[in-house]
Design a protein around this ligand. Structure first.
Ligand code: HSE
Length: 334
C-alpha cells in the first residue's frame, strides 16, 4: 500500500523485565507510555518531546527512522523521507523499557503506514533480534505479562492476563544505568544450585501469576542469576528486595537491568503509603534521590490510529507535531 497521505499515531506501553527470576524471559507492560507519529514527507524531520528529547538524534541515525526503513525494506516498499514526532513519558536508561517502546513504536507505526503487510509475530521476531532479548519488547508489543524464549534465531511467547488486583510501585533513581553496564556485571557461568533455584522460582512465579495466587509471589520473586551481581550498582537495592514484603509488598525486584526497583502490590492493600516511604527512605539513606510512581499493568500492546489525510473531512488539520501534542495532552502522568 502507498503511504502517501496517511499519518499513523501509535501509543506504546513501557515494561518491566525479568520480574525477579525470569532473566531475559519474563516481562510485563506498564501504564506509562511513548507516542510515535509517522508520515511520509519530502524531507526527513523530527519533533521530539518529553523524556530524552535532547539526547536522541534528529537525523537519519535516529533509531525510529532506521527501524522504519527496516520494515519498508522487508515489505519491499520505498518511503525514504519521513516526518516523525515522538513524545515519551518513560525515563531513559532506568529499566522501564524505553528503548523497547521506541523499537515497537517504530515497527508498528511503519507497518501501519504501509497497510500492515508484516504480521505481529514478524514484528516480534524483528524486535527481539534488535533488542537481543524478548522480555521488554514482547511486553510492549503484546501487553499484559509475557513469557518468552529466544534462541538467537526465533522467539516463542505466551501472553498472560495480569491478575486484576495487581498494581506496582516503582522507585526510579535519578541516575541512569545502561543495560550494557548492568549486563557486564554478570558472571558468564553460574552454579547448578543457582540455576535450579531460578528455574523453580521462575516457574512458580509464572504459575502463580497465571492462577492469581498472589500470596506465592513473595516466594517466587527471588533471583540468584542477576540481581545479586547488580546490587553493587544500585545502593539500597538489597535492603529493598529483602524487606519490601514487611511493608506490604507481594514481592519486589530490580526492574529490567535497573536502576528502577519495582514492588508488586495488591491494589486493595492497606499499607501502600508505608511501602512508598520505605522505598524512598532506603534510597535516600544511600544518598539516592528517586521518584516513586504507582503503575498498573497495561493489558494491551500498541494502540494505533491511522489518519488518511486525503480522506474527506480531514482538510485543515494541524501540522503533525501539534496534533500529536493535542492527543497526548491530558493523557500524560506528569
Ligand atoms: N533482561 C534484560 C536484562 C532486560 O536484565 O539485562 C534489560 O534490557
Amino acid at each position: 500500500m502507498n503511504a502517501q497521505g496517511r499519518k499513523v499515531l501509535v501509543k506504546v506501553p513501557a515494561s518491566t523485565a525479568n520480574l525477579g527470576p525470569g532473566f531475559d524471559s519474563l516481562g510485563m507492560a506498564l501504564s506509562l507510555y511513548t507516542w510515535i507519529e509517522m508520515k511520509q514527507s519530502d524531507e526527513t524531520v523530527f519533533h521530539l518531546h518529553g523524556e530524552g528529547k535532547d539526547e536522541l538524534p534528529r537525523d537519519k541515525s535516529n533509531l525510529v527512522y532506521k527501524i522504519a526503513q527496516m520494515v519498508f525494506h522487508e515489505a519491499g516498499v520505498s518511503v525514504p523521507e519521513l516526518e516523525i514526532a515522538m513524545y515519551s513519558e518513560i525515563p531513559l536508561t532506568r529499566g522501564l523499557g524505553s528503548s523497547a517502546t521506541a523499537i515497537i513504536g517504530a515497527l508498528t507505526a511503519a507497518n501501519a503506514l504501509i497497510g500492515e503487510p508484516l504480521s505481529k509475530d514478524r514484528l516480534f521476531q524483528m524486535a527481539t533480534a534488535l533488542e537481543g532479548h524478548p522480555d521488554n519488547v514482547g511486553a510492549s508489543l503484546f501487553g499484559g505479562i509475557i513469557v518468552a524464549a529466544w534462541d538467537g534465531e526465533s522467539a516463542q511467547h505466551v501472553r498472560l492476563e495480569p491478575p486484576p488486583q495487581l498494581e506496582t510501585l516503582v522507585a526510579i533513581p535519578a541516575f541512569q544505568l545502561s543495560t550494557e553496564k548492568a549486563r557486564h556485571a554478570l558472571p558468564s557461568e553460574v552454579s547448578r544450585a543457582d540455576a535450579v533455584f531460578n528455574v523453580g522460582r521462575s516457574s512458580l512465579l509464572v504459575a502463580a501469576l497465571a492462577c492469581g495466587e498472589l500470596a506465592l509471589i513473595r516466594h517466587a520473586m527471588r533471583d540468584r542469576l542477576h540481581q545479586p551481581y547488580r546490587a553493587a550498582l544500585i545502593p539500597g537495592m538489597t535492603e529493598i528486595l529483602e524487606r519490601a514484603a514487611d511493608y506490604g509488598a507481594l514481592g519486589a525486584a530490580l526492574s529490567g537491568a535497573g536502576p528502577t526497583l519495582i514492588a508488586f502490590v495488591d491494589a486493595a492493600g492497606s499499607e501502600k503509603a508505608e511501602l512508598e516511604s520505605f522505598l524512598q527512605r532506603t534510597l535516600q539513606k544511600e544518598g539516592i534521590a528517586a521518584e516513586t510512581m504507582w503503575l498498573a499493568p497495561c493489558s494491551v500492546g500498541p494502540e494505533i490510529i491511522v489518519v488518511d489525510e486525503a480522506a474527506p473531512g480531514s482538510e485543515g488539520h494541524q501540522p503533525s507535531w501539534q496534533s500529536l501534542m493535542d492527543i497526548v495532552k491530558g493523557e500524560v502522568k506528569a
